[in-house]
Design a protein around this ligand. Structure first.
Ligand code: FAD
Length: 509
């Protein structure tokens, strides 16, 4: 035996050393109501704490059944379960509404343990109980308060969610669940927080219980297909709570949570949007007319420059041969022609100046789809709009970008809108790819041969020359707008037969 164990065994009393008087003194002085009964629950012993709790002194209780404590409100099946357990040599614990000697009521937290003799018979029962009325009242108050708070939170007409520091939702309300259903069971908190983080860039405000992590940030959620976008005004409030694990019992440290509150402001925004869309419509119409004029004049200049260059070479040649009169006449004609070209060039309207701002590509695409809705309908085109729910904003020129996307969508529509073409589907997708926002426009038209995919970006190249007003400058202009935004455009094969136009625009440019 080691020295340590030997020393310990000397200080610990053996069972034989513990005489019954010590047991008795310990039970007498215990601060818990103790009773010992026979097998029929008739009281044989009670300690002073029992008297303090019940009002019954030993003389009152001895010989009487423990049922003297019953308040007569406990359901029968509770007693049946109690007796079923203790008669099968098991302990039973539970709460019973009891009545003191003076008739007053209290809630007892009771444990009954059978005392079993050497033959395995239950000879006695040991009852231990405490008055837990105050604790119960406290528990009820907490439960009631929780129910009240939950009903207030649930009834609030705003989306609410409490998140831990890993962005896991701990608590949410009815509006939150409704929004989740609306988004196809995607957790709305993640979407809202991602959008706010994207917008803030610098992260949330530092943790201070009760302070705002962010305040009134507007978030646009684009739902798939033709469903209207929804807008929310989002705020985040830091919440501090005490830790409930045993290790933290003596610790001051707490847990941090983020309460996200999102108010649906779709209605207000739609009102503002109506005015914006009407203004945008007018701008696009005017811009379209100017663009057509610009392209026509550019085409005229381009077409006149060819013969004038030939004329210039002839004038040069004649000059060298010394044919003066003819050379002079041609030189005059050349001058007049060059002057006419210059006049035309100066008449080309310049591109309207625009200030760069934060642009939501989903919003632009949605504008384009709304503007083209009639066009889709008349051409019998089925449109699948698959936006990423929330896209980060890019810096750019909204009107130029919108016109550019419109021209790409118009190209796709025209590719499919040919006599006899049956499959007419347009799939438009937006998504974040690394640091870029990508828009994919895929049609089910006849497609573009690989050798023409680069040529298509050359000025005045068109596979539809001679049909309508096709000058072949749309893709050239689109490429310019995209390049001005630091992005790229490419044409590849679509999943079906048609073209897939892929535009990427960097988030930070
Ligand atoms: P009872 O007729 O006494 O019992 C109700 C049901 O319990 C019966 O239908 C029967 O199925 C079962 N039952 C009763 N006695 C026995 C038995 N001896 N063997 C098998 N089944 C039986 N009750 C309280 O309300 N408050 C207390 O604080 C409390 N403390 C107790 C402490 C101890 C140590 C023990 C052993 C019992 C205690 N009881 C207590 C239970 C009490 O003895 C009664 O069973 C209970 O109060 C119901 O009384 P009653 O007169 O309404 O019905």
């Amino acid at each position: 035996m080691s020295d340590e164990i030997q020393r310990a065994s000397q200080t610990v009393l053996s069972e034989a050393d513990l005489d019954s008087s010590l047991f008795r003194a310990a039970v007498e002085q215990a601060d818990i109501a103790v009773s010992i009964t026979d097998a029929a629950a008739n009281v044989l012993y009670v300690n002073p704490a029992f008297t303090r709790v019940t009002g019954y002194c030993a003389a009152d209780a001895l010989g009487r059944n423990q049922s003297i404590l019953s308040s007569r409100t406990t359901p029968k099946d509770v007693y049946q379960a109690m007796w079923a357990a203790i008669t099968q040599h098991e302990s039973w614990s539970g709460r019973l509404p009891n009545r003191r000697k003076d008739g007053s009521r209290y809630l007892a937290d009771l444990t009954i343990t059978p005392v079993i003799d050497a033959e395995g018979r239950t000879t006695h029962y040991l009852g231990l109980h405490r008055d837990v009325t105050a604790l119960h009242e406290l528990e009820c108050a907490v439960r009631n308060q929780k129910t009240l708070i939950e009903s207030v939170v649930d009834g609030a007409p705003v989306v609410m969610a409490l998140l831990d520091m890993d962005d896991v939702v701990i608590l949410d309300n009815h509006e939150y669940k409704k929004l989740m259903g609306d988004l196809g069971m995607i957790e709305p908190a993640g979407i809202l927080l991602e959008a706010v983080r994207n917008e803030l860039g610098t992260g949330f405000g530092p943790f201070r219980a009760g302070s705002h992590a962010f305040l009134d940030r507007q978030v646009r959620i684009d739902r798939p297909h033709w469903r209207n976008a929804r807008w929310f005004s989002c705020s985040g409030v830091w919440v501090g709570a005490a830790r409930d694990d045993a290790d933290a019992f003596y610790s001051e440290s707490g847990r941090a949570y983020l309460l996200v509150v999102a108010k649906d402001i779709t209605r207000q925004i739609i009102e503002q949007e109506k005015a914006r869309v009407a203004a945008m419509h007018a701008v696009m119409l005017e811009e379209g007319r100017v663009q057509t004029l610009r392209e026509s004049l550019q085409a005229a200049v381009y077409q006149m420059e060819g013969p004038l260059n030939v004329l210039a070479s002839v004038v040069n040649l004649l000059g060298r041969r010394g044919c003066d009169p003819a050379q002079a006449a041609l030189a005059d004609a050349l001058k007049a022609g060059q002057l006419a070209v210059e006049t035309l060039r100066s008449a080309i309207p310049s591109v309207a100046s625009e200030h760069p701002s934060s642009v939501n590509v989903n919003e632009l695409m949605r504008d384009v789809l709304d503007l083209s809705a009639r066009h889709f309908l008349s051409a019998g085109i089925e449109v699948h709009w698959q936006p990423q729910l929330v896209l980060p904003g890019i810096q750019g020129y909204p009107n130029r970008l919108r016109a550019m996307f419109k021209s790409l969508v118009d190209n796709a529509v025209e590719a499919m809108n040919v006599k006899g073409w049956r499959n007419r589907e347009l799939v438009i997708t937006s998504r974040t790819v690394g640091q870029d926002v990508a828009v994919l426009i895929e049609d089910s038209g006849p497609g573009l041969a690989p050798e023409l995919r680069l040529k298509a970006f050359e000025p005045f190249f068109s596979t539809k020359k001679g049909e309508g007003s096709h000058l072949g400058t749309g893709l050239t202009a689109a490429q310019q707008v995209i390049a001005d935004h630091g992005g790229t455009i490419e044409i590849t094969d679509g999943a079906q037969k048609g073209c897939l136009v892929r535009v990427t625009l960097p988030v930070v440019h």
